[in-house]
Ligand binder design. Structure first.
Ligand SMILES: *Cc1c(COP(=O)(O)O)cnc(C)c1O
Length: 555
């Protein structure tokens, strides 16, 4: 205000104040140019000119698609096509059944036997339609699923069921009411910390799953960086192969995510590019042990060194590796450094509900120091409902699941997990070896050390056609949309007995795909489209949302 000229100010004064205003304007302009110039320079350095060009293309394409869809005729045509596709989704997600639709609460409560009968029907809903399961067995039972079901055997299931029944109403939000659950929760964390060779300073927490563990680790590092490094515009540098939960964390917590390509041969994140992408705003790096797409363990030692040199965090995502990677050596397999023994690793996520065989809805996030864990907590001193403190996202939490995890881990022990690692990784190794030796049309991505084997085309064959053929034979595999078109199988205890079937079906599928001239199947359509048309991201995104809509449809 003081820079504004008074009405009767002298010419000199006026000139001086105009000059000041000009200066201010120039300064502001210079600041803006410098600020955005820096952002662009950093972006170019981090992403490279090709990456930047791709991003620019993506923006232009999104804009053009927006324009095209403004034309009503185009919009209507696309709507019609998508509605047709939604009907397909609905017929597969909502198979017809005799179980009545329950739109509202029944006026009078049903009897237990009536409910039992409906549950029995619901348990097998959809089984007879799916591939080979005409005998009414549950789809996942026969082991033709990649990942998805981490079954620890029927005896263990019985133990988990009775444990859950015993702690059904418990809630660790009230540790003074449920001291037994508190003890088990602390011990679950301690047992996992010791599996990952955590120092005595370390601490952890249980969460509802891998995604929550990752969300918590990212939020913790964001708050740490803000408090101790003054970083207000946080960024994380993660491999292209890292789990999408990191994007979710970036989305929820306002952290910019920079994805870095993997080496096309080793499938490990390119350390030189990670180093280049680190800026003054970087709060953390990420490595996977192993990653979801091709099951490869990143170079955690090199990432740890980068993290240490830049005084930032390194999170190791061992959600999938969970209770396999820590037991690889003991089970007689080759391993790579992945845990707190590596300098620079500040946090690790490990899913008890994957290869730990604990009930779904349990995972552990660990920090090198308890001081770091503090940044995860939420504490409110002034709430009218009383002082409130909770360690993770949820308020009330299922103590029954924690008890189930505790019982599972204590039941299996080091010997049990070593044996399951031996079986599961052994199955993956067998698939890898036979594909390499006996199916020249196919190739394996990288050198997998754990349970995931990613299979790609060695040349002329369309790998998504092979996936479609496998799907016709009743296999639920994961299609991969990365730099190399591929699909993967994550071996579980259920796949162990059907490895030979997998291999013979794979050989048949390859033979079929070679002579195939018919129209492409679902995998080939959805993933073959990839990024070849600018419309694809829009359509796939919209279809994914409609898929979720369908999940909440009753009839
Ligand atoms: C499964 C998985 C996660 C996320 O776990 P959810 O339990 O599904 O939330 C994270 N990272 C990797 C590598 C995974 O395979």
């Amino acid at each position: 205000m003081s820079a504004l000229p008074e009405p009767e100010a002298s010419v000199m004064q006026r000139m001086r104040s105009v000059a000041t205003l000009d200066n201010a304007r120039n300064l502001a302009l210079a600041y803006v140019v410098l600020h955005f110039g820096c952002i662009w320079l950093r972006a170019i350095r981090a992403t490279g000119p090709i990456g930047l060009a791709k991003a620019a293309y993506h923006r232009v394409a999104t804009f053009v698609v927006g324009l095209v869809l403004r034309i009503p005729a185009n919009r209507r045509r696309l709507e019609r096509e998508m509605n047709k596709a939604v009907l397909d989704i609905e017929s597969s997600l909502m198979p017809s059944t005799t179980v009545p639709v329950q739109r509202e609460l029944p006026a009078y409560g049903r009897t237990a036997p009536w409910i039992e009968a409906q549950l029995a029907a619901l348990e097998h809903l959809g089984s007879s339609k799916d591939g080979e399961n005409h005998d009414g067995t549950r789809v996942w039972r026969d082991g033709r699923c990649s990942g998805a079901v981490y079954h620890g055997g029927d005896d263990l299931s019985a133990l988990i069921s009775s444990t859950i029944a015993r702690f059904l109403v418990s809630n660790p939000l009230h540790p003074e009411v449920f001291p037994g659950v508190r003890k088990m929760e602390a011990e679950v964390v301690a047992m996992v910390l010791s599996m990952f060779h955590a120092p005595s300073t370390a601490g952890g927490a249980t969460t509802s799953g891998g995604t929550e563990s990752i969300l918590m680790a990212c939020k913790t590092m964001r708050d740490w960086a803000r408090a101790e490094r003054g970083i207000k515009h946080p960024e994380m540098v993660i491999p292209n192969s890292a789990h999408v939960a990191f994007d979710k964390a970036g989305h929820y917590f306002g952290i910019k995510v920079r994805r870095i390509p993997v080496d096309p041969m080793t499938r490990k994140v390119r350390i030189d590019l990670v180093a280049r992408a680190i800026t003054g705003n970087t709060i953390m790096l990420v490595g996977s042990a192993p990653n979801f797409p091709d099951g490869i363990i990143d170079d955690i030692v090199a990432l740890g060194e980068l993290a240490r040199r830049n005084r930032i965090g390194l999170h190791v995502d061992c959600c999938l590796g969970s209770f396999l990677v820590p037991f690889l050596e003991r089970a007689g397999f080759v391993s790579e450094p992945f845990d707190f023994r590596v300098d620079g690793v500040t946090s690790i996520s490990c899913d008890t509900h994957k290869y730990g065989f604990a009930p779904k809805g349990t995972s552990v996030v660990m920090y090198r120091t308890k001081a770091l864990r503090r940044y995860q907590y939420f504490v409110s001193e002034g709430w009218v409902g009383g002082v409130y403190a909770s360690p993770t996202l949820a308020g009330s939490r299922p103590g029954a699941l924690i008890a189930g995890a505790w019982a599972t881990m204590v039941r299996l022990g080091i010997d049990g997990y070593t044996e399951s690692c031996h079986m599961i990784v052994g199955a993956a190794k067998k698939i890898e070896r036979i594909v390499r030796e006996e199916i020249p049309e196919l190739t394996i991505l990288g050198k997998p050390l754990v349970s995931v084997v990613a299979i790609s085309s060695a040349g002329s064959i369309n790998i998504y056609d092979v996936a479609d053929q496998m799907s016709k034979r009743g296999w639920h595999l994961n299609a991969l949309a990365g730099d190399r078109p591929a699909f993967h199988i994550a071996c579980t205890r259920l796949t162990v007995p059907v490895v030979d079937e997998f291999i013979s079906d794979l050989k048949d599928s390859v033979a079929q795909s070679r002579q195939r001239a018919a129209k492409p199947g679902t995998y080939a359509t959805v993933y073959g489209m990839g990024t070849t048309t600018p419309m694809a991201p829009y359509v796939i995104g919209e279809m994914a949302s409609r898929f979720i809509d369908t999940m909440y449809k009753i009839a």
